[in-house]
Design a protein around this ligand. Structure first.
Ligand SMILES: O=C(O)CCC(=O)C(=O)O
Ligand SMILES: [Fe+2]
Length: 251
């Protein structure tokens, strides 16, 4: 039988009225100038988790179109741009584009309460918890940009480097992701294979029939297990390709 639950971007203020996070966020207007209070009128997301779970368990990944509605996408984009401005992020061809992991910024939740709240209680958290049917340990939130004109992408890897713990990552597109601008690729079924735990798996063949380009639109989400091999090629177009990922471990 299919199980469908409803999510909205924020935790319910009724359920969470004593919650410290909301108190801190409400008091922290300087850090989060566009933070809006939880809005119960936002349309909830209806998801057929049983179909999604079978994709995820079979392939090691799953796609949810329109994971965020227009308001939620605007909010995520605004918060991301605000955060990048606050750290003087400079993703130009001359600088970040030449570095290994240029365009990758980890631990957004450490300096920014909005991202912390999303990681620990927001829609990404509640969605992955339901998908994996497990209690979760939130790990990190990261910004991933494939920079127009860059010479390097991200080599094949899985996220549970060093420990092979089970968990999942939800990658939310801020821009349209296409093969031409360095979209994410998943190796179908790779969560069942024991690959060496390092970024840049030696001898990994990116051209088999299992290599799946994830061409998705702003607000769509791609979800991969912590053991699924994925990579992205350099963005050799002039189109931006930005995304935010939320990482979780099962407990
Ligand atoms: O966005 C990318 O290019 C890589 C993303 C990634 O490795 C991840 O979300 O785990
Ligand atoms: Fe990754």
């Amino acid at each position: 039988m299919s199980s469908t639950i409803q999510l909205s971007f924020f935790s319910s203020p009724l359920a969470d009225h004593t919650d410290l996070w909301f108190k801190e966020l409400a008091e922290d207007k300087m850090v989060c100038p566009v933070f809006t209070l939880p809005d119960l009128n936002r349309p909830p997301l209806q998801i057929d988790y049983s179909n999604l779970r079978s994709d995820f368990n079979r392939d090691g990944f799953a796609i949810v179109r329109n994971f965020l509605n227009q308001d939620e996408l605007r909010e995520l984009t605004t918060q991301t741009e605000f955060y990048l401005d606050s750290i003087d992020y400079d993703a130009t061809f001359q600088t970040a584009a030449k570095k290994a992991f240029g365009g990758t910024i980890k631990n957004l939740q450490e300096a920014n309460p909005w991202f912390n709240q999303q990681l620990r209680k927001g829609k990404p958290y509640r969605f992955i918890k339901e998908l994996l049917e497990s209690e979760l340990k939130p790990a990190t939130t990261a910004y991933f940009e494939r920079i127009p004109g860059e010479s390097r992408g991200i080599e094949p890897h899985f996220d549970a480097i060093g420990h092979r713990s089970w968990g999942a990552t939800i990658w939310i597109a801020l821009d349209a992701a296409r093969n031409s601008n360095g979209c994410l690729h998943y190796e179908r079924g790779s969560h069942r294979v024991e690959y060496p735990a390092k970024v840049g798996i030696e001898g990994f063949d990116k051209s088999t029939d299992n290599a799946t380009p994830i061409e998705i639109d702003p607000g769509d989400a791609a979800i991969h297990s912590s053991l699924t091999v994925h990579w992205s090629n350099p963005n050799q177009s002039q189109s931006k390709r930005r995304a935010v990922s939320f990482f979780y471990w099962c407990t």
